[in-house]
Design a protein around this ligand. Structure first.
Ligand SMILES: Cc1cc2nc3c(=O)[nH]c(=O)nc-3n(C[C@H](O)[C@H](O)[C@H](O)COP(=O)(O)O)c2cc1C
Length: 398
């Protein structure tokens, strides 16, 4: 490897062999989108998508030079394009876009991104790009895009393409390094129908966490998130530290409470610590935890997961700073019926038949403002669902 080389030796294989062997490698599927100058939505189904660089943020894909879809994208009159990561429920979009020559998105719901490219409804993720470079790659072009913005949109598993067929990912080892007991999984199955009903009622995403070895693990998510940046992907781990996991600290017994407070950094401002203590009392009194303020809530979720995964001391320090900044976001504000709030999330406890807090159930808020009356109604509905799930665990798992 290293230098470019002219291939001089006679290849020991034909193109069919090349395709057959390459076909043993599965890919995800994305739809590349752009708007042309006349306002027509352009799209192309692509399996060769790859994340290229973090600094600067770059992605890439390889369109075949003879593709009319690629020609249309290349001549669209804009350098902007979007990458829609397809979920396993979107095989129809994948086939339609790959098969049609024009009007490829007709019949499918989409909106325009901030930078002007079509965003498919219900895609797993969207990446807003500007063309960085196009270079020669044999019978394909190698296109790199500078990432302008990116976010997840649904918690569906991604669509996979393998040996000419479509499939999905079966998460075998997503819960990194952690055993979730069969007993917990069995109880999760009993809770899931209650989550589904709540997700349908509130038209949002409902997720479920459990506490294992001092870590919170997201074990289930149902429904469709209302927020643009959803962070409740199944398998995500976050450290059990204030103000995250307040429900387990409040209802998990003295040991859980002690563990939670022991995770606060020793240099933490006494005022921040006092906020956490007051917040915990509020969680007990209200029967649920909630976060008001989108920016601090999002920062904490994203940073917490990153810090957990990397275990880098610098990341950890940054997490502590983000957590301190978010202290007032969680469990402090008393919601008034006639005011509006940036309602981020609310979480209620689910207990097993021994009265141990086994899960925390979270209802996710929507972008922008929610009226206090609506927030209070959501809190009541969430608590009732968590209580019903608790009752179910009591009687069904005997
Ligand atoms: C799952 C899947 C992945 C694909 N990946 C690529 C790709 O990475 N590059 C490419 O040029 N075409 C890819 N194609 C084919 C194009 O989507 C398109 O169907 C093909 O270029 C047909 O040519 P047209 O654009 O002239 O209609 C893929 C098709 C499917 C179904």
């Amino acid at each position: 490897m290293g230098q470019f080389k002219e291939v001089t030796a006679v290849e020991q294989f034909d193109m069919y062999e090349f395709r057959r062997v390459m076909g043993t490698f599965p890919t995800g599927v994305v739809i590349i989108t752009a708007m042309d100058a006349s306002g027509q939505a352009l799209a192309m189904t692509v399996g060769s998508f790859v994340s290229v660089s973090l600094e600067p943020p770059l992605i890439g894909f390889l369109p075949t030079k003879t593709s009319s879809s690629w020609a249309a994208l290349r001549n669209s009159g804009t350098t902007k394009f979007g990458v829609n990561v397809l979920g396993n429920h979107q095989e129809d979009v994948c086939r339609a876009v790959a098969g049609r020559k024009t009007n490829k998105l007709d019949g499918f719901e989409w909106t325009l991104s901030e930078h002007g490219s079509p965003v498919l409804q219900d895609a797993v993720a969207f990446i807003d790009c500007d063309t960085h470079s196009i270079s020669d790659a044999g019978d394909h072009d190698w296109v790199m895009g500078s990432v302008l913005d990116l976010y997840t949109m649904s918690t569906n598993l991604p669509l996979l393409f393998f040996r000419g067929g479509y499939g999905s990912f079966a998460p075998g080892s997503m819960a990194i390094n952690t055993e979730i007991s069969v007993e917990v999984l069995r109880q999760l199955d009993l809770v899931r129908p209650h989550m589904e009903r709540l997700a349908a009622d509130l038209v949002t995403e409902i997720s479920l966490m459990t506490l294992v070895d001092g870590e919170l693990i997201n074990v289930a998510a149902v429904g469709i998130p209302q927020r643009r940046r959803s962070s409740s992907r199944v398998g995500i781990h976050v450290p059990f530290m204030p103000p995250i996991g307040g429900v387990f600290a409040a209802f998990g017994g003295p040991e859980a409470e002690e563990l939670w407070f022991s995770r606060i950094h020793e240099d933490t401002d006494p005022e921040v610590r006092a906020d956490f203590e007051a917040g915990l009392e509020n969680v007990r009194r209200r029967g649920c935890a909630y976060g008001i303020g989108h920016a601090a809530g999002e920062a904490i979720e994203l940073q917490a997961h990153g810090a957990y995964v990397s275990k880098d001391p610098e990341e950890r320090k940054h997490l502590e700073a983000v957590v301190n900044d978010a202290a007032e976001t969680f469990n402090i504000v008393d919601v008034e019926r006639d005011q509006d709030y940036e309602f981020h999330s609310a979480t209620a406890p689910v207990f097993d038949r021994d009265g141990v807090c086994i899960f925390s159930m979270t209802a996710w808020g929507s972008d922008g403002l929610t009226s206090g009356g609506d927030v209070l109604a959501i809190l009541e509905r969430l608590k009732r669902t968590a209580d019903t799930a608790t009752q179910n665990l009591k009687f069904r798992s005997l």
